[in-house]
Design a protein around this ligand. Sequence first.
Ligand code: AMP
Ligand code: MG
Length: 329
Amino acid sequence: METLILKVGDPYKDDISQACKILKNGGLVAFPTETVYGLGALAFMPGAVRKIFAVKGRPADNPLIVHVSSLEQFEEVCYVDERYWPVIKKITPGPVTFVFRKRPHVPNEVTGGLNTVGVRFPAHPIAQRLALCAGPIAAPSANLSGKPSPTTFESVYEDLNGKIECIIDGGESAFGIESTIVDLTGETPLVLRPGPITIEELEELFGKVNVFNPEETSRPLSPGMKYRHYAPDKPLKLVNSEELANFANTDILVLCTEESKEKFLKNARNVLTIGSLKRPYTIAQNLYKSLRYVDKSPYSSAVIEKLPEYGIFFSIMNRIKKAVRGEKK
Ligand code: AMP
Ligand code: MG
């Protein structure tokens, strides 16, 4: 299949009507969002949604997030619990997904058979314009299943060129890790996946929140959490910063902060810096690009520096730990 590449310079103005038409005709479009690139189909077209699973090699019980362009569209997809409107209005549009009971017309293909649905109102102008023109868009990340999510056009192209109808090139994703997911179907908000909106910020907004920890719960794993994510094919190990010096000039690639390179690996060649501790959001933005580089690099394996676990670092470490575990299907 020939993939149409739409390069968008001005996300507010450039013509994206071809992408909109492709979606309406049941095709797949990869599009930029502020978290990572999404692989979209119209949420109310089950046949198109099924193609997402086929192209990605994604298990059918791993649900997709529905992307909407307004709070009106938000309500077309799910039953919003009235108590949460003030908070939702405060933090949307943005890098956060809410799980609510689904409306009956949302196809099972989207929700992996669940009676709940994840809904997100993204802040990225291209994502908003697409959903405004075409309708709610079901989209997981635009990578092949098991690979790190794509945060650049090049990564999407690498995985999906020739397999889908259209890729919109909108430059690099601002946040670089997937949205925070908050389940609002229970008594207390439950964070299913930490992300750009931090636990601390959620506590401020909601009061109390619970954080789902797969290692400490008897609750069955939310679909999607049991699958292999974010992992390079080569072995990847987590190491404390003090141990990094041991890896200088070996055939192991070291992914570390600028501070640790300066301190422990000053003249080493085998280092890829992932950003400065002083600018943690930049580390989030660089993470998946760096993990993808591991497989492309001439090195046989890699180590990655252990980071703190508060604020946005907590979300970054969540992804790093998954990459290190290389969670199997
Ligand atoms: P991705 O966009 O690839 O990060 O995948 C979307 C993720 O959202 C899934 O893997 C699930 O973890 C989560 N998700 C989507 N819908 C639901 C839902 N109804 N309940 C729980 N988790 C969900
Ligand atoms: Mg994904």
